[in-house]
Design a protein around this ligand. Sequence first.
Ligand SMILES: [Zn+2]
Ligand SMILES: [Zn+2]
Length: 203
Amino acid sequence: MNRKEKILEILKEKKEISVKELSRIFNVSEMTIYRDIRELEKEGEIKRKHGAVLLNEKENTESLLVDTCPICDKPITRAYPYRITVENYKVIEACCEHCGFLLHSKYEDKKVSAITYDFITENPISAINAWYVVGSSAVACCSPSVIPFASKSDAEKFQKGFGGEVMDFINAYNTIVNNMNISIKSCCQPQSVSFKIDEMKKG
Ligand SMILES: [Zn+2]
Ligand SMILES: [Zn+2]
């Protein structure tokens, strides 16, 4: 492995590092490291930010895709997942609003805020102020699906096309949390092979 490859290996583990640290690790001058960095930058492998070296965005998104939802274990593939912040510091992501609400319910006794993204515009919205279409035929992720909108009228337009019910945060939250108390796993299951086999056995 040459030095450039080793730098990439280090970045995969540490996420970011300074040129100074790299020069210490390889026992070469900072100028030498800069030369490697510049080449890696041209190759699109890395980028520099505030004096630190980090892997380029595309690498970062790839590693984000490996994250799984703490509720249903599905990989989080959405570019803008449902994101809750507990007690102003701990950030947890869920695969969708459905699982996001279930996450909330786990932290009911704590101070929780949440951000989601309008289904159409992808603009960030406070989850508490958003409108939701619950149980429409458009199952974006987990079922019953919960689809967020910044405005009530957009939610209603969507509901005309795809069914379901338009709800504010509290109603949508209660619907999902009460519904899911019955059977968390079966509702949340992605359409995996094992799930289909179970269904066939039942039928
Ligand atoms: Zn989930
Ligand atoms: Zn989901």
